[in-house]
Design a protein around this ligand. Structure first.
Ligand SMILES: C[S@@+](CC[C@H](N)C(=O)[O-])C[C@H]1O[C@@H](n2cnc3c(N)ncnc32)[C@H](O)[C@@H]1O
Length: 266
């Protein structure tokens, strides 16, 4: 299986050993409505998946890689690397290009931007700075493998609730990893102005009941806070430790507690 290829704020790379435990081979469709870099999706031996996110550029990029990996690679390979070049490419991206060219720009910026952030200003302009310590342009062989792997997935740009309600059936497995919205804690909104917030907790809570009612399984990861206590009310839950980079710097790590909430009996 190919490795996840995107860098993404809030990625669940470090939580994978805890999350994988809940997976069983008998699931029908894997549904991940807050997919980001899809760390868990890339780890599981699944045959069919529905992956959603509100980030339209992210969803388009997945689709273009699935359908046209060679073309993406050809465009990407023509982009120069370096700090000044990064800012030129960022300017180009912010002209609002469309199609596969835009996805190649997105992939380039994701490779070289600080901490894999996708942050825009009030006018929707991507404004994440260059990070000298980040990666390399992805090679064609890897892109072809990823493209093949993505063929099992349907991608949807949309809100988590619709993605689940329109696709979840008995026997499916839904992994939910929303941005951690916490009342009374001002959290830097990493995913844009329309991102999941504390007002969406009620909808999320009702969705968990609906998934259970449809005889599907769910696993939800969240920060340990009042909101997650509320969400876990009717379900099984376990608290796990994870490490987080403070302000995105790997040298400054702290241990944080997260909660896994599920309708699966261990
Ligand atoms: C914590 S990240 C998911 C990380 C992912 N599990 C990974 O391993 O990379 C949360 C994602 O939810 C998306 N998002 C924010 N609000 C959303 C909403 N209302 N519906 C669907 N996706 C949303 C963000 O764009 C972001 O990609």
């Amino acid at each position: 299986m190919p490795k996840p290829f995107l860098r993404w704020a809030g990625s669940k790379k470090k939580l994978l050993p805890e999350l994988e435990k809940y997976f069983s081979n008998d699931i029908k469709t894997y549904i991940e409505p807050f997919v980001g870099s899809g760390q868990l999706f890339f780890k599981l031996p699944i045959n069919s998946a529905v992956l959603g996110d509100t980030n339209a550029h992210l969803i388009k990029t997945y689709e273009h890689i699935r359908e046209n990996p060679e073309e993406i690679h050809e465009i990407l390979s023509g982009f120069p690397c370096g700090k000044d070049e990064y800012y030129e490419i960022r300017k180009e991206y912010n002209k609002g290009k469309t199609g596969i060219y835009n996805s190649a720009l997105f992939l380039y910026l994701n490779t070289f931007c600080f901490n894999g952030l996708y942050r825009t200003n009030n006018s929707g302009q991507f404004n994440v700075p260059y990070s000298p310590s980040s990666g390399h342009i992805i090679d064609l062989e890897t892109l072809l493998k990823i493209s093949q792997f993505l063929k099992k997935a349907v991608f949807i740009k949309g809100d988590f609730e619709n993605v689940v309600l329109e696709n979840c059936n008995a026997g499916d497995f839904v992994y939910l990893d929303p941005p951690y919205a916490i009342k009374n804690r001002r959290i830097f909104n990493q995913y844009g102005p329309d991102s999941f917030g504390t007002n969406d907790i009620k909808r999320l809570k009702e969705l968990l009941s609906e998934i259970n009612y449809r005889s599907a399984k769910f696993v939800l990861s969240y920060a340990l806070c009042d909101e997650s206590l509320d969400l876990s009310d009717d379900w099984n839950s376990e608290v796990v430790n994870t490490t987080r980079n403070i302000s995105g710097f790997a040298q400054h790590r702290k241990v944080e507690k997260e909660v896994i909430i599920t309708n699966i009996e261990k």
